[in-house]
Design a protein around this ligand. Structure first.
Ligand code: ATP
Ligand code: MG
Length: 569
């Protein structure tokens, strides 16, 4: 399940070229486009980008970088019904955050005039016609892969009539759905996409860029190859579902190219990224937002780039993940644990370690002088010598985690219990002598003694302990809102059930707020999206709404790495 591919750098082997790199190197060698490599990333601005798009982005931008080329950003804005400027802005922000920059920023809508001219040219060549059939009639007469379709009764209209009708469509003389412009190709082609595909449909909808200038909009197939051609794209990479569209991509180019032996863009397909426990359709993600299952597109549980950013994922971790997944020709499902592994790998290097007690019980050190405080120097990041040290304050009253104490511990429990000892990290060894409970039987306070000569770094006590735990000085700890996130779905393939809607598989425990958590004082200065490792608890990142008055932290990922364990990393 986990993403192993022969193109990855697993095991330190020299990476071989993936099939797209091989193709580009062949093209460079034969000078098909000279030394030019120009790719494009073509999102439709009808939602926020998700982790699947991150793969397409890393691929097209990454190849451009590798081969000294460029990558364009093209908004594929041919359906005004679902497209909005908010999405355009969010998409740009996400790509920049991932660390990529585009050469040209383009919009398919910039090419509407040119596309319309090409439609007229096709009519004049006798290769396009206006069809009055309804969408249902057209669908019903398309045939099946094994049965040819039926030609439209409007297929043989004269060029003049077609020109007039297209003009009428453009001028708003007909209602939505009353007519479409179709390419005249072959109603018995084994490829259903060549059975007189639609080129334009009527939609009397305001477009976020062209306003009310147009009420007919080109279909994806009529727009994409030509847009590639206009921009001079050399390698047009898309996901496998477009493989069956490729003959149509080429057919339209064949009609419009003046120099048949000269430049033409070429479409190449790769497998889309599928992740278990995740949905990746923008339509479904929109449904989650609109129905209030999440707080927005950037809810930290969303598989969107903006959600992952808010959750504390880093651009590096996402890019490394897409590289580990590699480029495949066949669809497969990647374990989301691999993504989490990549996140841990990066956060381990860059995160400062801090103390936070998520579910506290109080510890009173009965033999520690009242009013005394000591500064213990704590290492910020053992993975980074330059990260330095910081003082944490030790005192008579402390907090430790509730689950670091057991009233009746088993033998192998190396933390605290009655008459047991444990080391407080950077501090002293303590021994529990007594404890108190509330009316419900919950432990409230531990009474412990400390060994004055056991201070970390200068321990002469001779006391042997097997466990070390984290702690906070009660008087110096700062209350914080801690948001504990878990997977949004509790099913491996939430969208894969025939009779059940994917929302039925939402995990009811995907967000838990911890009501009593404390963090060390240094964290009131945390800036939004700063990364931390809460020692022994996991990686957390300051929420975009954190403030010194109300620090808020999101669980990015726990420390336990199921993927690494399973794969012997
Ligand atoms: P969705 O189905 O989520 O709406 P889409 O393919 O319609 O996705 P687009 O905005 O059209 O979304 O996608 C832009 C580019 O990203 C396309 O080239 C598409 O192939 C690619 N892409 C989308 N989803 C994935 C994925 N899961 N893995 C890899 N590439 C993807
Ligand atoms: Mg799409």
């Amino acid at each position: 399940m986990a993403g192993k591919d022969n193109n990855t750098e697993e095991g330190g082997k020299k990476p071989s070229l993936n099939f797209i790199e091989s193709m580009i190197e062949r093209d460079l060698q034969s000078q098909l486009h000279g030394d030019k490599v120009l790719t494009r990333f073509p999102p439709e601005p009808n939602g926020y980008l998700h982790i699947g798009h991150a793969k397409a982005i890393s691929l097209s931008f990454g190849l451009a970088q590798k081969y000294n080329g460029n990558c364009n950003l093209r908004f594929d804005d041919t359906n005004p019904v679902t497209e909005e400027d908010e999405y355009v802005q969010a998409i740009k922000e996400d790509i920049k955050w991932l660390g990529f920059s585009w050469a040209g920023e383009h919009y398919t809508s910039d090419y509407f005039d040119q596309l319309y001219d090409w439609a007229i040219a096709l009519i004049k060549m006798g290769k396009a016609y206006v069809d009055d059939q309804t969408a249902e009639e057209i669908a019903a007469t398309r045939g099946t892969p094994t049965r040819p379709g039926v030609e439209s009764p409007f297929r043989n209209r004269s060029v003049e009539e077609n020109l007039q009708l297209l003009e009428g469509m453009k001028n708003g003389e007909f209602n939505d759905g009353a007519k479409v412009l179709r390419a005249k190709i072959d109603m018995s082609s084994p490829n259903m996409h060549l059975r007189d595909p639609a080129m334009y449909r009527i939609k009397k909808v305001i477009h976020h860029r062209t306003g009310d200038k147009w009420c007919i909009y080109p279909m994806y197939d009529f727009a994409h190859g030509q847009s590639d051609y206009i921009e001079g794209i050399t390698h047009s990479l898309c996901t496998l579902e477009f493989e069956v569209h490729r003959p149509l991509y080429d057919w339209f180019l064949d009609q419009i190219l003046e120099d048949k032996d000269g430049y033409r863009p070429r479409q190449t397909e790769f497998a889309r990224l599928n992740l278990n426990y995740t949905i990746m359709s923008k339509r479904k993600l929109l449904q989650l937002v609109e129905e209030g299952h999440v707080s927005g597109w950037d809810d930290p549980r969303m598989p969107t780039i903006s959600g992952m950013r808010r959750r504390g994922y880093t651009p590096n971790s996402i890019r490394n993940f897409t590289e580990k997944v590699g480029i495949a020709k066949r669809n497969n499902i990647i374990d989301v644990a691999l993504l989490e592994h990549s996140v841990r790998e990066d956060l381990n290097k860059i995160s400062n370690r801090v103390f936070a007690v998520l579910d506290p019980i109080k510890v009173i050190l009965t033999n520690y002088p009242e009013g005394q405080e000591e500064e213990m120097m704590a290492v910020n990041n053992p993975e980074d010598e330059n990260a330095g040290k910081r003082p944490v304050i030790f005192s008579r009253e402390l907090y430790i985690e509730r689950d670091d104490f057991m009233e009746d511990p088993p033998k192998k429990f190396f933390r605290l219990g009655p008459d047991r000892t444990v080391r407080l990290k950077y501090g002293y060894i303590i021994k529990c002598n007594d404890f108190e409970k509330d009316a419900d039987g919950n432990i409230t306070t531990l009474y412990c003694e400390y060994y004055p000569d056991s201070r970390s770094g200068s321990d002469t006590s001779g006391v042997k302990v097997k466990g070390t735990i984290h702690w906070l000085s009660a008087a110096h700890a700062v209350p914080a809102e801690i948001r504990m996130y878990d997977r949004l779905f509790n099913d491996e393939d939430p969208a894969g059930h025939k009779d059940q809607d994917f929302v039925e598989f939402l995990n009811p425990d995907s967000l838990k707020l911890l009501p009593n958590a404390f963090v060390e004082k240094s964290l009131v200065k945390a800036m939004p999206l700063d990364h931390f490792q809460f020692e022994r608890k996991g990686y957390f990142s300051a929420d975009v709404e954190t403030s010194p008055e109300k620090p808020i932290f999101n669980l990015t990922v726990t420390l336990r790495d199921s993927w690494a364990r399973f794969n012997n990393k």
